[in-house]
Design a protein around this ligand. Structure first.
Ligand code: G3I
Length: 317
């Protein structure tokens, strides 16, 4: 049967994956599946601040360029991830004064987003990532502590100046269903757009777990779409308590299927990015002790029930 990207293209959507630079350089199976199955790529780590500007104004685009070259070779669009975040940002940024921090942010955005602005493969950016606490207040990050709420609007304006054609996104986790955090994000997006801040797109990471239930993601994405923004699923994986079983795999498959169907049902949903594709390379076991098997290929690159679920949902439309 046809690869995922063929069916996604027929639906006018993308099906994507996050890629890590080391297996991309070293593993043929990893490269072949990434090239064949997906028409959209996100760098799992290579475009983050610690990778691109580990020392002040010293830029290193080796990993980012590697991802871009792969996408160009394979006719894939790239989603830039991420310009402003509280994680994977070097200590030197975190210890700056307010004035210095704002100009470091502007310089970083201008250089990183600016590098790919003329490249038609780069379609969108996560401008700010994970700016909310679970209760919906703004995250008490070093960005917020030093600069206050204005850093968010500033980041979008700097990104617009650096790449006027890219779709500019706000991205977060635990915002898939209607809840306090997603409602805070909804209100922020509405307010920023009313102030002509260039927010074009909202990303729902969708790091799901079968033991926590399935969120009402279609209803939630639709309310954002009704604000006139693009919506997208940016980082889906569906973890489980190990060991795997066929019952857990089947539940996981329904989660993947239902997320794809939700995106197909919301016309402003541009597509779904899976946060990797093989259980051989997944952030989950390193972060959640005893959990794993969150992706659509196993650690030997065999397709799982979740692969079939994504495939069939895309093929059925
Ligand atoms: O590069 C170093 C290497 O030099 C060192 O030897 C090794 C030892 O631990 O660490 C390597 O860095 C790791 C990096 O991934 C690259 O592999 C970090 O420790 C590790 O913490 C980092 O994890 C990443 C995580 O973000 C960090 O915040 C995951 O790969 C990545 O999947 C994850 O992605 C995030 C999204 O960006 C935002 N949303 C949530 C998502 C999952 O946490």
């Amino acid at each position: 049967s046809s690869p995922l990207r063929v069916h996604a293209e027929a639906q006018g959507k993308f099906i994507g994956t996050a890629l890590a630079t080391s297996p991309l350089a070293n593993e043929t199976a990893y490269r072949n599946i990434a090239a064949t199955e997906f028409n959209q790529i996100t760098a799992e780590n290579a475009m983050k601040w610690d990778a691109t500007e580990s020392s002040p104004n010293q830029f290193n685009f080796s990993g980012a360029d590697q991802i871009m070259a792969f996408a160009e070779q394979n006719g894939q669009q790239v989603h830039g991830h991420t310009l402003v975040w509280h994680n994977q940002t070097p200590n030197w940024v975190q210890s700056l004064s307010a004035t210095e921090m704002r100009s470091a942010m502007q310089n970083h955005i201008s250089r990183v987003a600016g590098r790919y602005a003329s490249n038609p493969v780069l379609k969108s950016w996560d401008v700010v990532n994970e700016v909310f606490e679970e209760n919906g207040s703004l995250r008490n990050s070093f960005w917020y502590q030093r600069l206050g709420e204005s850093y968010i609007a500033d980041a979008f304006r700097y990104a617009k100046a650096a790449d006027p054609d890219a779709k500019l996104c706000i991205n977060d986790y635990n915002v898939e269903g209607v809840n306090a955090k997603s409602t805070a994000m909804y209100n922020l997006v509405r307010t920023l757009r009313a102030q002509n801040v260039p927010v074009d797109c909202v990303g729902f990471q969708s790091h799901l777990a079968i033991q926590y239930g399935f969120p009402n993601i279609q209803e939630n994405m639709q309310r954002f779409a009704d604000l006139g923004v693009e919506v997208r699923v940016t980082e889906i994986d569906v973890r489980m308590q190990m060991p795997r079983s066929s019952a857990k795999d089947a539940t996981q498959a329904t989660y993947y299927s239902n997320v794809v169907k939700a995106c197909l049902a919301v016309s402003r949903c541009s597509g779904v990015t899976i946060w990797g594709f093989t259980d051989k390379h997944s952030w989950v076991p390193d972060t959640f002790s005893g959990e794993g098997a969150a992706l659509i290929y196993d650690e030997n690159y065999a397709k799982k029930a979740s692969y079939t679920a994504v495939h069939d949902a895309l093929a059925a439309g």
